[in-house]
Structures are given as C-alpha cells and as structure tokens.
Design a protein around this ligand. Structure first.
Ligand code: PMP
Ligand code: GLN
Length: 410
C-alpha cells in the first residue's frame, strides 16, 4: 500500500477488472462508452500525428492552442473572460485532481466530500496526508420501486456540522458519480455559502458537465457570486469526447491557484502529451462554435445518452427492480434486490452485500455492475451496502443484451 493510504485501501477498478477477467460478461461496470468517438476528433489526431512540429514538449500548463480553445469555451458560460493564466491541462482529470490537492491542501487538513463520492477522492486526499470527511446526501425514505436523484437531498445542517478548524477544502463532484445527480441552484448555493462563510477552497469536479438531462444545464459553482477566487473547476476530454483512454484533463480557476498547481506539475511530469493536446484543442474549438445552439456533437451526445438512460430505466422498472433515475452523468444506481439465492450464501462478516451481489451477477447472470460501498466513507451509516451502479454509455445493442440478462434475475 502506498505511503499515506489506509492499509485496506484497494483500487476498486483493479478489484473489479480482476472479477470479470476471463469471463463472458456484458459490462455495465467501469465507466466508458463502447460506442465510437467522434470522427472530427479522430481526424484531428491523424492530422496532428503527421505534423512534424507537433511532437515536442509543450509549456507546462499546456499547448497554447488547447489553452486558448479552453478559454474561448469557458468564457462563454462562466460569466467572465478567462485568461490563459487561468487554465492548466494535464494527464486526465485524475492528474488534475492530484495536482490540485497536492497544491492546495497540506498534511493534517480535512477535506469535505459529499457521499457517495468518486472512489479515488479519499485515496488522493490520504496521499496528501489529509483526511477525507464524508457528508452523505439524504436519500428518500422509500427504498423500493423507481425513484429519482432529485429525491437525494443535501442537508445544510449535516454539511455545516462537518466543518472543523482543520477543514481547508470541499471537493465537489457535480454531476455526481456514482449517484448521477446534477445539483440544483439551491443546493449549489448551500455549498457556495458554506465555502464563503468558512473561507474554504472548492475543487469542483465537473467532468460530466455535458451529461445533464431533461433540459437542465449544469449549475457551475465557479460562476456563483464570490466563488471564482476560491474555485478550481475540473474537466476531462475523456468524458467530453468519449475517449476515456486519452487521459487529458484541464482545470479553470483563478491565476494564483492555477499557478500553485503548475508548480507541482513542473516537478511531476513537466508537461502533458502534446499531440493529444493539439487534437483536443481542435475538438474544443469545434464544440465551442456550437454553444448556444441545440446542434453539434455535445447536444447529440446528450440526447443519445438521455434516450439510453430512459431505455434502461424503463426496462428496470418493468422487470420490477428499483432504479434511481439520474439527472446527470452516464451512470444509474439501483437498489439491490434481496434475492433468496444470494442472501443464502452471503456472509456479511467478510464481505459487504453489494460485493456479494456483484460477484453473483457476474457469475450467474453474466452482467457486470459496480458495487457502491467503495464510494462511501468508513462510517457509511446512510447508504450502506444496498446499491449498485450501472453505466449506460453503451451501444443500444449492449444495453439490449444487458436487459435480456437482467430479466434472468426474476
Ligand atoms: N472524476 C470523476 C468523477 C470521474 O468519474 C472520472 C472518470 N475516471 C475522473 C474524475 C477521471 O477522469 P479522467 O479519465 O479524465 O482522468
Ligand atoms: N470514471 C469511471 C468510472 O467511474 C472510470 C474510473 C476508472 O477507470 N478509474 O467508472
């Protein structure tokens, strides 16, 4: 175990991939689209690959053409002209989160997370010698039948009581993976007010920024009054363009916080991968040209994903399962049915029930999904082991095959 990590901390993705290795399964587990990435991006990469000037090191923060494209895109909705010194790019949103935490917190600090929180956050915080403090969303009372992520509420009292004299930063993920919730204006205001009142920094992971449904737009916390100077927002080309293996992320925020991140970047890798930055820069410029319209790649992706969400949700309801309809991301949570076949073999003293269920699904049903306990803190008194996550960023044929498998469960 890496220094600083809790002894029993194991990467969910390593554990999950070992569980499905060598098995014929329909995979709605790890979050990656199995449909094609957009041609315009792949063509851009081809052009870049043949350009002899495109293969040298970039400036640490990123190649100017990518940085300028990002400035153009985010200036259009953050309510301010974003300067080139207010952007930084690196290896994936993961890499950006690492830089931000390394640069912005110190050992012994407490960092607030909204539970469930993306699985790697707690580990990243611990690697910096700091302490994750989980504040659970409050779920609805009824635990059977269909429901929606709007029923999962942020409790301001609970949030307030998590702040201590050691709290320095709140790490938000909106829309939230694995919950699939895109937070309302009121909820974002609660978070923003807390940060302002206690002088906290805010790291806002918005990698699912374009995946919001039913006409909702992402509420960008950096645009809330008084928040710009304390907020670093995090984005991912992997999510934006359905190229999860490209691992190119960026952050937008005030120059002083971004330059602290650059100090860490210079000593970590010096710069990210130039050809990918150039290709993504072209992609970002292209989508920026469609902002304010209902056309272009991002709108099509959103419409497609919303349709896939609805297909999966309807099927789960028809089968008699209890899905939670997401307002964002490409994930849907579902309550685990208490099936006798599994309950009989479950030993919750050695393994949480969601893992027992997922292993049973992989083995007996041939469908892989993700257990949700790894997204929760050690205490986990609210969510427990009652949920799994399904990824619906899949071809229609993959979803159809998954639905056939799900029907076997009954
Ligand atoms: N944050 C969240 C919430 C994610 O789901 C992911 C996906 N792995 C990341 C960050 C990392 O993104 P990237 O692949 O760009 O490193
Ligand atoms: N973000 C993706 C998920 O939540 C993938 C994470 C990963 O590969 N580490 O499934």
């Amino acid at each position: 175990v890496a220094k600083g990590l809790q002894e029993d901390r194991e990467s969910l993705w390593v554990v999950f991939n070992a569980m499905i290795e060598g098995r014929e399964v329909i995979n709605l587990g790890q979050g990656f689209p199995d449909f094609a990435s957009p041609d315009f991006l792949l063509e851009a990469l081809g052009r870049v690959a043949r350009d002899p000037s495109a293969h040298s090191l970039s400036p640490s923060r990123g190649h100017p053409s990518l940085i300028q494209a990002i400035c153009q895109l985010y200036s259009s909705f953050l309510g301010r002209e974003i300067g080139e010194n207010e952007v930084i790019s690196f290896v994936g949103a993961y890499g950006i989160l690492y830089l931000a935490l390394r640069a912005l917190i110190k050992p012994g600090d407490e960092v607030i997370l909204l539970e469930p929180a993306f699985e790697s956050y707690a580990s990243l915080i611990e690697l910096c010698g700091a302490i994750p403090v989980f504040v659970p969303f409050t779920p609805p009372h009824n635990t059977t039948g269909p429901s929606s992520t709007d029923e999962w509420r942020l409790d301001p009292t609970r949030l307030e009581s998590a702040v201590s004299s050691s709290t320095s930063l709140l790490l938000l993920n909106n829309p939230n993976n694995p919950l699939g919730k895109s937070m309302s204006k009121e909820e974002i205001k609660i978070v923003a007010d807390l940060c302002k009142r206690h002088n906290l920094l805010l790291l806002s992971d918005e990698v699912y920024e374009w995946m919001t449904y039913e006409g909702r737009e992402l509420v960008r916390v950096a645009a809330v009054e008084g928040m710009w100077k304390r907020t670093v927002s995090v984005f991912s080309a992997g999510k934006m363009f359905s190229v999860t293996g490209w691992k190119l992320g960026w952050a937008v925020g005030p120059a002083d916080l971004i330059s602290r991140m650059e100090e860490v970047l210079k000593e970590t890798a010096y710069c990210g991968c130039t050809p990918l930055q150039l290709a993504v820069g072209e992609g970002v410029k292209r989508v920026a040209g469609f902002m304010g319209t209902s056309e272009g790649y991002l709108c099509e992706l959103r419409r497609d994903l919303e349709r896939k969400r609805d297909t999966l949700f309807t099927a789960l309801v028809e089968i008699g399962l209890s899905p939670i309809k997401p307002s964002g991301t490409y994930f849907m949570m579902m309550r685990i049915p208490r099936l006798m076949a599994i309950l009989a073999t479950a030993d919750t003293s050695t393994e949480s029930y969601d893992f027992t269920f997922v292993k049973w699904m992989i083995r007996e049903v041939g469908l892989a999904v993700i257990p949700v306990t790894p997204f929760c803190g050690k205490q986990n008194t609210v969510i427990g082991d009652t949920l799994v996550r399904l990824c619906f960023a899949k071809k229609d044929s993959t979803l159809a095959a998954a639905i056939v498998k799900l029907k076997l469960m009954k």
